[in-house]
Every structure is written in structure tokens, then in C-alpha cells.
Write a protein that binds this ligand. Structure first.
Ligand code: URA
Length: 482
């Protein structure tokens, strides 16, 4: 049998779309697949061929294995983390097979479809700001986003915190049909919706199993999971934001750069214009953590305000998106263009257009405090008498506390959440602290949960008598020079 795809081909994307529609070929690969050979080779670190990887993914998609067999393979891959991880070629084949396990969106009618993807963090509402900015600059943002799980938030949950025209939450429609998706992208240049069930279904199956079997933490599996969805959703230009630190999947810079490199290499093979930035997630991004609060902070930032770290991150990421899609020659020029959209309020108006187009109440843009549903506020003050510096603001603990307030999910992406709860964190590493300063606020309508969260907020902070350096948000990019 000839190879499934030539990874060196300049028409790889088109070939992949053709393959994804060729059921006969998919079935043939599945029926010749032998699980016993595949698992033995994976355990022994023997190279896995393209056909068997595609055959495996097709079997998984058709639910032809009991879960324990699939899980055994995932664990075999996970256990090779420190010994002999899957090679870039194996990981690319896995990614492409997962992307082709369902529909691949063909967005060739748009010249550039620019996307960004964060590997997941606490307080990361960046899409709500950079999407409107780059759409204002003439690029198409036709984006499929996800829901939050565990301590990481999801863009869809934040969007649903915006009420519909009757004031109801979840408000914004994030279940658009493909026709609605294309039409909105054409009409206003920006649309953000949920991934359809027919997109990369193999990832849905594998991710659900990884989540309950301790096999999430594998760079090849994470890279394949993220990139399969990006390839299937049709982006031509992509900025990957790989988070590193206490509140991220990747706790060390070495791991984060490795993940960045793996995803970029896969993206390049798949014909995507791609660059990764590696950014700090030791402390939450901005002040707001929790869905409605994060929307309010995004609006504030689009109004040319917002917390300094979050604003700087948005400007940098948006500039990088303009650069890779050819709208600016260098970061300096890109930054000028981005700043103009904030100064002139055009990005804010683009955000409003998106809200209205997806069934939301556009007035939220003018008066977020009036139209967003936010729970009861409790202020938390520093009770000590010393003048100190913030040394740590633990993003993981804060993410867990907001999840426990009901703002995040514990087990599955189908769980309902409370979009009105959260925290505003006034603490920032390196900032000075004096008696009676505000450490932050907790938002909850449940007094017991609020008290637990107040304690968690205090426990997430540590202090120093010595000055502490303000950490840089961006630790680097891959490739290094873009
Ligand atoms: N996000 C994903 O989509 N997949 C992973 O495996 C990890 C984070």
C-alpha cells in the first residue's frame, strides 16, 4: 500500500483534506492494523510507521477498541517521556491522523485566517482582546475555541458570560453552524465558536481517556491534541502561546520550549505559518479570574486600560499575529498598528460587532458593570503591619479556588458552571505592599464558599522583605527570531 501522505509535499493540506473524505482508504488502514504489534513497538521504542499510526487513529475513531487498549497505548507513550519520546515524525503522523479523523474546514475563500492558541492558563482572556484587534486590522479571525477544564479557563465560557438580549446567561451563541460561522467571518471578520463534534473526533476520545488515566502530561500527546484541532479548524496563520509556570501544563522552561518546538514543527509541515511564544503563568494574567470578571477586564483593555501585564501581553501577541500574516514587517510597526486600534476605539467596536452578531447584548461594551452578572463582592485586605514585596502569587492555587467557587469544571467539559463567581487579584509579584492594602476580592453568592476562597487567596500569596524583580511575561519565542 502506498504511504498515506507525503510529509514533504507542498500540497499536504489539500492531500489531508482528500484523505479525510476517503472512507474506503480509512477503513482499509483500520482493517490492516494490528494492535499487538503496535503496542509492543511503542513499549520498546521501535519506530511507528505512518500506516499503523493512521490505522490506530481510525480504529480509535470508530470506537473499535475497548478503552483499556487505547489507554494502554497512551500510557506506553507517556512512560517514554524521559526515555525516548515519540519522534517528531511519529508525532506529526499522529497529529495529521487525528486532524483527518473528522471534517477539516476548508477556509480557502479567506486569504489569511489568523488564530492564536493558548496552552491554558489562569486569567487568560487574551483572545477576547487580540481577536478584535487583528480583525480590525483586516485579518480574518475565524476561530474555534474550547471550554475550560480544571484550573484553566476556556474562551467559550467567558463569551457565554455575556448576556443575550433578554439579559440571560449563558448568553452569546457559541454553537454556530458552519454556514453561520463562514457568514459572520465574511461579514465582520471575526467569529469565535465551539468546535463541532465532527472536528478531530479522535482527539475528543483520546483526551477524555488521558484526562482520567494520568496521561495528559506527555509533550507528543499534548502537541498532537492541540495541533490536530488547529489543522482541522482551517487556520493559515497561528500564534501559539505556550504557558510556563505553576498555573500551566508545562512547569519548566525546558518543557515549554520543547512543546513549542514540537507544535511549530508540526504546523510548518501542515503548511501553517506558525510561531510560538513562551509566556509566564506563575501568577495569573491580569487581575480578573472568573468568566464574567474576565470579560469586564477584556473590555477595559479594549478601552485602552486594563492591568499593565495583561495589556502588554495582548499588544505583543496581537503584534505577532500581524507579523506572521504579513500585515507588518517588524514588531515595532506591528505594535504601532495595534496601538492605533486601541487608541481609536476601533477594536472595541469590532468586539461589540461580534457580541451583537452572536446574539449578545451590545450594551455590555458601554456598561459592563451594569450588564454582566457578577456575584457578591468580598474585599480582602493585608492585615500585617510590615512594608513588604509580593514574592509569589500562586496561579495554580488561585485557579483551584475559582474552580471551587463553581467557576470551573472538575470532571468533564459538559459540567455547568457559575460564570458570575471569581476573584480580582491585586497582588503582583514584585509589587510593594503596605498595611491595609487590598490583596484582592472574592466574588460569590455563597457565603461559605466565599470564606474558603478568601483563605485560599491569602494562602496563594507569599511575601519578601527584600525587593523582588518583576517577572517578564514573555520568556522567548520559537523560532527565536521571527
Ligand atoms: N489542551 C489540549 O487541547 N490538549 C491537551 O492535550 C492539553 C491542552
Amino acid at each position: 500500500m502506498p504511504e498515506v501522505l507525503n510529509l514533504e509535499s507542498t500540497t499536504l493540506r489539500k492531500d489531508l483534506i482528500d484523505y479525510s473524505r476517503n472512507l474506503e482508504r480509512k477503513n482499509a488502514l483500520a482493517s490492516q492494523f494490528k494492535f499487538s504489534d503496535f503496542i509492543e513497538k511503542t513499549k520498546a521504542g521501535i519506530s511507528l510507521g505512518q500506516e499503523e499510526i493512521f490505522g490506530f487513529v481510525n480504529k480509535v475513531t470508530g470506537k473499535e477498541f475497548p478503552d483499556i487498549q487505547t489507554t494502554a497505548w497512551l500510557m506506553a507513550v507517556r512512560m517514554r517521556n524521559d526515555v525516548k519520546p515519540l519522534t517528531i515524525e511519529e508525532t506529526t503522523n499522529l497529529t495529521l491522523a487525528m486532524a483527518a479523523s473528522g471534517d477539516i474546514l476548508d477556509l480557502a475563500e479567506f486569504e489569511h485566517v489568523v488564530d492564536k492558541h493558548s496552552s491554558g492558563g489562569v486569567g487568560d482572556k487574551t483572545t477576547l482582546v487580540v481577536g478584535p484587534i487583528v480583525a480590525t486590522c483586516g485579518l480574518t479571525v475565524a476561530k474555534m475555541s474550547g471550554r475550560g477544564l480544571g484550573i484553566t479557563g476556556g474562551t467559550l465560557d467567558k463569551m457565554e458570560a455575556i448576556p443575550d438580549r433578554d439579559g440571560k446567561v449563558p448568553g452569546l451563541n457559541v454553537r454556530l453552524t458552519e454556514d453561520q460561522f463562514r457568514k459572520q467571518a465574511k461579514d465582520i471578520g471575526i467569529v469565535v465558536t465551539g468546535q463541532t463534534g465532527t472536528m478531530a473526533p479522535a482527539d475528543g476520545i483520546l483526551y477524555a481517556l488521558r484526562d482520567i488515566t494520568g496521561t495528559v502530561d506527555s509533550i507528543p500527546l499534548i502537541a498532537a491534541s492541540i495541533m490536530s484541532k488547529k489543522i482541522a479548524s482551517g487556520a493559515t496563520d497561528l500564534v501559539l502561546d505556550v504557558k510556563v509556570g505553576k498555573g500551566a501544563f508545562m512547569e519548566t522552561e525546558e518543557e515549554a520550549f520543547k512543546l513549542a518546538e514540537t507544535m511549530v514543527e508540526i504546523g510548518i509541515k501542515a503548511g501553517i505559518n506558525v510561531v510560538a511564544e513562551i509566556t509566564n503563568m506563575d501568577q495569573p494574567l491580569g487581575e480578573a479570574v472568573g468568566n464574567a470578571l474576565e470579560v469586564a477586564e477584556a473590555i477595559k483593555t479594549l478601552k485602552n486600560g486594563g492591568p499593565e501585564d495583561f495589556r502588554a501581553h495582548c499588544i505583543e501577541t496581537a503584534s505577532r499575529m500581524l507579523m506572521i500574516s504579513g500585515k507588518a514587517e517588524n514588531m515595532e510597526l506591528a505594535t504601532e498598528i495595534v496601538m492605533r486600534t486601541l487608541d481609536e476605539g476601533t477594536a472595541l467596536e469590532k468586539f461589540r460587532q461580534m457580541v451583537i452578531a452572536q446574539g449578545g447584548d451590545g450594551r455590555v461594551v458601554d456598561e459592563p458593570e451594569k450588564y454582566l452578572h457578577v456575584a457578591k463582592k468580598y474585599e480582602v485586605f493585608y492585615e500585617g503591619s510590615e512594608y513588604l514585596y509580593f514574592e509569589n502569587v500562586n496561579a495554580k492555587k488561585i485557579g483551584e479556588a475559582v474552580r471551587d467557587l463553581g467557576g470551573g469544571r472538575v470532571k468533564s467539559k459538559d459540567e455547568e458552571i457559575d460564570r458570575s463567581v471569581g476573584m480580582m487579584i491585586k497582588a503582583k509579584v514584585g509589587k510593594t505592599l503596605k498595611p491595609r492594602d487590598l490583596l484582592g476580592c472574592v466574588y460569590s453568592d455563597d457565603p461559605e464558599k466565599a470564606q474558603i476562597a478568601i483563605q485560599s487567596l491569602k494562602n496563594s500569596l507569599s511575601f519578601s522583605r527584600e525587593a523582588v524583580n518583576i517577572p517578564k511575561i514573555t520568556r522567548g519565542t520559537y523560532p527565536q527570531v521571527i
